[in-house]
Write a protein that binds this ligand. Structure first.
Ligand code: GLU
Length: 301
């Protein structure tokens, strides 16, 4: 398969989708991104990376970071599953509703409430955002990867909903650390800027059933399978059914317009285009991944 040529073709095929949708603006710094950007990178399990468009341009990873914090937490044991579920929520990513019905246990690790619990769990071993940065730099080979201070400040200034979620869970005894500290780590984790190439390279452990780029094991086979499974069922907000239908891969999107998808045994793919659909997923990103699995036949189904 000539992946470089394939990516060129996909970029042509989705040209009319690029710029469609709405750039997230509830975090003001995110609204400054140009909607016409598009990049896509594929990292193969042997380490080769191919890309098209803005594939080396850093953007705000936002909720794609939740895959990596979950992996780092599970690499230290699976205690987090006593504090967070693994069912699709059926509610928006920042909803408070379900938490009251289910005693402060979030439905899954990818909605904001669940990700706050994961960050809180990882923080038992030190600053969660620092641990995440160290991991991403190591896996991508790019020491320059860092938190975008402008996005972090903007997000911290508009965090009332996440603060409410965290305090609400604290009232049920589901926060180990003080809420301001967990929130600070969560905001920095979401505000990390990376390119499609960086994200795809850093996520290869999920395509390699738990093995990192240096050959060491981050996760057992079962934990890696479980993360892919939760990405498939819960990774694209309230549109995971539609994403599975169109793309057929484990995926995790972020409001910065990025989507990470995994082809187990083969590659990690990251696509970025900032215009979001009504459910919060990149319009051109979903279209590009749809073309990717159609043209390669590499869906998991
Ligand atoms: N930092 C964002 C928030 O907490 C992440 C949202 C997302 O990408 O889904 O609202």
């Amino acid at each position: 398969m000539d992946l470089a040529a394939l990516l060129d073709r996909i970029a042509d095929d989705v040209a009319t989708d690029i710029g469609r949708g709405v750039v997230a603006d509830y975090i003001p710094a995110l609204a400054r991104v140009e909607p016409g950007r598009f990049g896509m990178a594929v990292a193969e399990v042997d380490g080769a990376v191919h890309g098209v468009g803005d594939w080396e341009r850093p953007f705000s990873v936002q909720s794609m970071s939740k895959v990596f914090t979950l992996a780092l937490t599970l690499s230290r044991g699976d205690g987090v599953w006593a504090r967070v579920g693994r069912e699709p929520s059926g509610d928006p990513f920042n909803s408070l509703v379900q938490l009251e019905h289910e005693d402060g246990i979030p439905r899954n690790p990818f909605i904001n409430a669940g990700a706050l619990v994961v960050t809180d769990e990882l923080a038992r071993h030190g600053d969660a955002a620092d641990a995440l940065l160290a991991f991403l730099r190591q896996e991508s080979g790019r020491q320059e990867i860092t938190v975008d201070p402008e996005v972090a400040a903007s997000e911290a200034g508009h965090a009332d909903r996440n603060r409410a979620l965290a305090y609400f869970m604290a009232s049920y005894g589901n926060m180990r650390h003080p809420v301001p500290s967990v929130l600070d780590q969560y905001v920095r984790q979401c505000s990390i800027a990376m390119s499609c190439a960086d994200v795809a390279r850093s996520a290869l452990f999920l395509a390699r059933h738990g093995l990192r780029n240096d050959g060491s094991r981050l996760l057992g086979l079962s934990a890696a399978k479980r993360i892919n499974a939760v990405m498939l069922t819960c990774g694209t907000y309230d549109a995971a059914g539609e994403f599975a239908y169109r793309v057929g891969l484990p995926g995790k999107s972020g409001v910065g317009g990025g989507i990470l998808a995994i082809v187990p045994g083969r590659c990690a793919v990251c696509v970025w285009s900032p215009g979001l659909d009504a459910r919060g997923n990149s319009v051109a990103g979903v279209a590009a991944l749809d073309r990717f699995t159609t043209l390669t036949g590499w869906s998991i189904f």
